[in-house]
Ligand binder design. Structure first.
Ligand SMILES: NC(=O)c1ccc[n+]([C@@H]2O[C@H](COP(=O)([O-])OP(=O)(O)OC[C@H]3O[C@@H](n4cnc5c(N)ncnc54)[C@H](O)[C@@H]3O)[C@@H](O)[C@H]2O)c1
Length: 317
């Protein structure tokens, strides 16, 4: 553990799911941390336990506006997610990294691969994204953010940028009811209501537990510059269908609640442009970061459900 005598690390989106888990990790490592968030989707309760932490400071700020004066930074984890592409255009956070000459990690996403024609998806695949559709704003926004990061990297002052293409991540502090499939299924299992699956349940995803993700992001940030050639997939390459996921969630909740029986599933029509398959090719991450995901779906879900029950004890019936 490092003692907090050096420059602080900035975490944008600090009140969100990944941001708050990253803040906890960095503080445990003895870093000084400054968090920024405008609470658009994040919540102060994710950071309440750090209210009086001597090495943590939180700033309520919208990162689309010029940033407040900050001390010299060690690095920036850019985990805030502006909701639409125009919000990327000025990008004060990349500009801050350039002014400060500090390293920045951009949280990109597997959505840059769109509905992929290549499986599993390596970083060299350019993707198959519909640029005009209900998902386009997020997918193309992240692609634009990657392009912008590349441009900053090539600029005369050469910003040291790391790009993580994060695949579906779940775990404690994933907001309930935010539309992500794991939180929807856990909520359904705990309230004993039907699991809603869009499509016929055969679509696959690869789910990564949050601690694996945070370790991967830190490994990427700390990696020797010359060894990082561009974007790196951070995910778990165990692929499951949505029907299988429903079964695992039900099993884990049954085990905790002492119940029995399979999930009751309600199938609804599949959303436009919803990818049929998603699995990261982790060759690059495993080879360059000396990192690999280690937490199985079952184990991660157990930790997630147990955390959920501490937040919503009434669900434990
Ligand atoms: N969780 C996943 O499965 C996943 C997968 C791929 C990529 N990502 C990326 O990782 C990052 C973090 O995701 P998350 O799951 O923690 O999401 P989240 O919504 O929980 O966290 C994002 C945080 O950013 C804050 N924010 C949004 N706009 C802001 C603004 N303009 N100014 C200041 N703060 C702002 C929100 O209030 C929130 O606290 C995002 O960039 C997301 O696109 C996440």
């Amino acid at each position: 553990m490092r003692l907090s005598v050096g420059k602080p690390v900035l975490v944008t989106g600090a009140a969100g799911f990944l941001g708050s888990n990253m803040v906890d990790h960095l503080l445990q490592e003895g870093e000084m941390v400054i968090g920024i968030d405008n609470y658009q989707t994040g919540t102060p309760s994710n950071l309440r336990h750090l209210q009086d932490h001597p090495f943590f400071r939180m700033i309520d700020h919208n990162i689309q506006s010029p940033l407040p004066h900050l001390p010299p930074l060690r690095s920036i984890y850019h985990l805030a997610c502006p909701a639409s592409p125009p919000q990327y255009q000025k990008d004060p956070v990349d500009t801050l990294a350039q002014q400060q000459g500090c390293r920045i990690l951009l949280s990109s996403t597997s959505e840059v691969y769109g509905s992929p024609k290549v499986h599993p998806q390596p970083e060299s695949y350019w993707g198959h994204v519909n640029p005009f559709g209900p998902r386009a704003c997020y997918d193309e926004g992240k692609r634009a953010a990657e392009a912008l990061a590349w441009a900053f990297q090539q600029s005369p002052r050469c910003v040291d940028v790391r790009i993580a293409r994060i695949f579906n991540t779940y775990g404690p502090r994933l907001a309930a009811g935010d539309g992500r499939v794991v939180s929807n299924f856990v909520a359904a299992a705990l309230s004993d209501t039907p699991f809603v699956i869009t499509g016929d349940g055969s679509a696959t995803r690869s789910f990564q537990y949050v601690d694996d993700c945070i370790r991967g992001l830190v490994a990427l940030m700390e990696m020797d510059t010359t060894a990082v050639p561009g974007p790196v997939n951070i995910g778990n390459d165990a692929e499951v269908t949505l029907t299988e996921l429903a079964g695992v969630v039900r099993r884990v909740v049954n085990e905790i609640n002492g119940l029995r029986g399979p999930p009751i599933i309600e199938y609804r029509s599949r959303p436009v442009d919803d990818p049929q398959r998603r699995r990261p090719d982790l060759t690059l991450a495993k080879g360059t970061l000396e990192w690999a995901p280690v937490i199985s779906l079952e184990e991660g879900l157990r930790k997630t459900v147990q955390w959920w029950l501490t937040q919503n004890p009434k669900d434990h019936s």
